[in-house]
Design a protein around this ligand. Sequence first.
Ligand code: PSV
Ligand code: MN
Length: 424
Amino acid sequence: MKLTKQAVQEHNQQLLPAHKKQFDFVAENIHGLNEILQKLTDFQVAIPSWALGSGGTRFGRFPGGGEPRNLEEKIEDVGLLHALNQSSGAISLHIPWDIPKDANAIRTLAAMHGLKFDAVNSNTFQDQPGQPVSYKFGSLQHVDKAVRRLAIDHNIEVIKHGVDLGSKALTVWLADGSCFPGQLNFRKAFQRTLESLQEIYAALPADWKVFIEYKAFEPNFYSMTVGDWGQSYLYSSKLGPQAYTLVDLGHHLPNANIEQIVSLLLMENKLAGFHFNDSKYGDDDLTVGSINPYQLFLIFNELVEGMDAKGMNHATDLGWMIDASHNVKDPLEDLLQSVEAIMIAYAQALLVNAKELRQAQDVNDVVRAQEILQTAYRTDVRPLIAEARTRSGGALQPLQLFRTLRVRDELIKERGKKTVATGL
Ligand code: PSV
Ligand code: MN
């Protein structure tokens, strides 16, 4: 299904009078309004190819129908999101779930939808059919050289797919670790993993980055070989200037101060990118901003402050991606909500009066500092985002238009009720 420009225009026409009132009300008190709107227009969030179908848990999966049956249909779905919100202009592929059979054709299709290819992701956490050796006891850390070889070669293969598509980064997330005390020699596992990563690093094109993603637990529950930002930082420092840390918001122990982690990684030029989601307990992969939107705002506040301190471009100097799963919601609706939540947190962070905050910090005025942050956080920035979106051809209310057009019903008609997308 393709969304027509006319459908978007008609929708916008209808909502325009109400939007104008709301926009004028917020815009009146905003300094540097046009600059903020431009930043919101430029900011793009990549959609993972594995999150376009219904997610599940180990207890079950309840697909809602009309799921994309192949990579082409996944690109079509991200194209739909982007046509609605103009903020989802990239797709991130997970290999081997989404191997492009004809990279040129896939590239052309993506370009037709205005999409770029974000980081490519390797998968050494599942055995593939016919695989000669198993990842049961790890991949890049494995005691058996043959397993390490397989995992290294797979990552190099993923880089090649990425090159063909125009990606510029490889994300490595390892399930490696141990489930029981005594199972693993931590130091040796680290060394083996580092040596494996060094081989992958050596295969990176000069203009590429490798993102080392950490995770506190799951699927290993005693130790993870890239378990926290410190370990990821160690690997990325030892690897070299093309290696960075990737922060997935769901990969921390409860109550971790993620905004502080982000701030320090940025300070050290080792922050590469994000996997956005939200959680209450662990790696819950819930809709961004659905549980703790204030934390998301605080993270964006550090990002904006830290990036500005280094003169970085907010839109292009870090990789922004969603990594969520949709067990009970329509995946496309869920993704629209996630992108909106990211844009809201970003816009609120852009409203923080940085100069006044610095002054308050310098005289230990704790109350004032909190007031400054919360004034920005409590501003209803939704009309700003809607304005930026419509200026670049998107819908004033993407979710509303998605429902008015009965997009899911159309997709079910086209693809059938019982389709299953690859992914988790
Ligand atoms: C692991 O939990 C993770 O966050 C990694 O990014 C994976 O590649 C992704 O989820 C998809 O399973
Ligand atoms: Mn992730």
